[in-house]
Design a protein around this ligand. Structure first.
Ligand code: B12
Ligand code: SF4
Length: 461
């Protein structure tokens, strides 16, 4: 049974998408006939308004009204063309990778596919799905199944089940329609990282992306449990690849794809400091001569010695989730970080010659104007040490996060326009104002934003 794994906009087309590639590479090794389809980069390439893919525009893709009025008219024709091609391809199963920013176009795309070919089996997966919505989608006949969390083994076994080679009770991580009922399976144990094969990017034309960079995973999951974030819960537990496995994967990228730069897509690169240090030593020893970058958590163990070692191993940029300059908000976020360490680690990173980037989160519940100004002050103090600051989008209350699960405790109420604090002072509109002012302020103090397509085109990815 052939399967196409598809990825729809909007997602910055910096690198090929690792989610469907990791899944596809695993399935291929198990002799499944697969195709990977990055419609995100294709539609972006043909678009007259590529700036819609900027990070700060992600919100336009997420909200119903803005998507309908400001986004959909620009991609409608491309969606129709692609649906026509895919509906009658050899694939009988089409799987879609869902993130909050591609959820709406993907649903529309599935409706187009369904109208063209009723016999296709449609699966959803990825961090942007939730059980309640999936149940409704199955009931309405929009999709046939959805896989929650880690996708490799669950997808393989779902295909086996549909082929009649596996019992229903052997399924895992899945909700699907069986006869006229909706069946929800139990969960599978997590994969061992050594079972994850080297991703195969051969189906992608690397020239379609903004950077000659390949995504790579050193680990899955996170060691922290920040209250606004879903990543620890999504991946269930923190697991790392071995140094040997990572080195082999880096070499494969260099030899098979002629790439010298890697984006580490982990929740954090320094969840296991020993691994990071040993890996850096091996990269130097093996003279790989590569560049790599990714997220790190602020940790006093990122000493000048460690940072100098990472620099020598080719680490060019580290993105730190500083989030705020207020200790009160750091504590509410459960960052387990002292605000002074924000300063120290960023300054030491800059001194080592590695570019330091800060991620800032505007509008955490409980943040008041004084906390906000503490963030502005921190950014001002660090302006000569930060290469860039990413503001992403203002605080969203996301499923699988503690703020979502204990919204009462955080004083969060859900409204149509987004969430608001009990006093309504922190609401969608005030957050937008603070967010846009922050972006303006960053320009004023001379700090650039990393993820606007304009900046990326000027050579940063
Ligand atoms: C790297 C990254 C980025 C990079 C991407 C760079 C690039 N192009 O390569 C950048 C910085 C650009 C980015 C941007 C954004 N990101 Co981001 N990002 C990540 C990160 C850290 C890694 C993604 C990744 O490659 N993971 C590795 C792969 C292997 O995992 P995966 O895709 O989840 O796939 C596995 C499973 O989910 C499943 N699966 C996935 N797809 C499918 C499909 C099917 C059919 C099946 C069965 C299974 C399946 O199987 C896979 C293997 O097990 C994740 C967090 C994380 N740790 O995963 C956030 C994350 C994906 N990002 C997120 C968000 C919100 C965004 C933004 C919208 C942020 C914003 N502006 O507010 C933007 C997107 C908009 C835009 N215009 O780009 C959220 C998505 C949450 C959600 N509910 O959808 C995440 C989960 C972080 C978080 N917890 O908030 N991001
Ligand atoms: S914000 Fe970063 S450090 Fe905190 S739980 Fe999420 S991924 Fe981990």
């Amino acid at each position: 049974m052939k399967i196409t794994l598809a990825f729809l906009p909007a997602w910055l087309p910096l690198t090929p998408p690792l989610g469907i590639t990791a899944l596809g590479s695993f399935l291929k090794l198990q002799k499944v006939d697969i195709d990977l389809l990055d419609l995100n980069s294709e539609i972006h390439k043909n678009s007259h308004v590529p700036s819609l893919w900027d990070m700060e525009k992600a919100i336009l893709w997420m909200k119903e009204k803005s998507y309908k009025n400001q986004v959909h008219p620009h991609i409608e024709d491309e969606l129709k063309k692609s649906a026509l091609k895919l509906a009658f391809s050899e694939s009988r199963v089409i799987g879609f990778s869902i993130y909050s920013s591609n959820y709406r176009p993907t649903r529309i795309f599935i409706k187009l596919l369904r109208n063209l070919n009723k016999d296709l089996k449609i699966i959803l997966g990825g961090p942007g799905i939730n059980k309640a919505q999936v149940k409704r989608d199955i009931e309405e006949g929009l999709i046939d199944a959805a896989i929650f969390g880690e996708g490799e083994v669950a997808t393989l076994n779902l295909l086996k089940f549909w082929e009649g080679n596996l019992e229903k009770k052997e399924l895992g991580n899945v909700m699907l329609k069986v006869d006229d009922d909706i069946y929800e399976s139990s969960t599978y144990p997590l994969m061992k990282m050594k079972e994850i094969p080297i991703p195969n990017f051969h189906q992608f034309n690397l020239a379609n992306y903004y950077s000659e960079v390949l995504p790579i995973e050193f680990s899955r999951g996170c060691v922290a449990s920040c209250t606004f974030c879903s990543e620890t819960n999504y991946w269930v537990s923190f697991r790392t690849k071995s140094v040997d496995q990572i080195i082999e994967e880096l070499k494969s990228g260099i030899q098979n794809h002629q790439v010298k730069s890697f984006r580490v897509v982990d929740s954090l690169m320094n969840g296991n400091m020993n691994l990071l240090v040993s890996l850096a030593e091996r990269i130097i020893e093996e003279k790989l001569n590569i560049g790599w970058y990714g997220y790190c958590r602020i940790n006093p163990k990122m000493t000048p010695e460690v940072l100098n070692l990472l620099k020598r191993a080719g680490c060019v940029n580290i993105m730190y989730g500083l989030e705020t300059g207020s200790q009160k908000i750091l504590d509410l976020m459960n960052k387990k970080v002292n605000v002074l360490d924000n300063y120290k680690v960023v300054i030491d990173t800059h001194k080592s010659g590695i570019g330091a980037e800060a991620e800032i989160l505007v509008g955490f519940p409980g943040e008041n104007i004084i906390d906000y100004f503490k963030t502005l002050y921190m950014l001002f103090r660090l302006r000569n040490h930060l290469n860039s600051v990413s503001t992403g989008s203002p605080m969203e209350v996301v499923r699988n996060s503690e703020v979502f699960d204990n919204s009462e405790k955080f004083g969060v109420r859900f409204l149509k326009s987004g969430w608001a604090s009990k006093t309504y002072l922190n609401n969608h509109y005030t957050r937008q104002i603070l967010f846009h002012f922050l972006n303006f302020y960053l320009t004023l103090i001379g700090i650039k934003q990393p993820y606007t397509l304009e900046n990326i085109s000027k050579g940063r990815a």
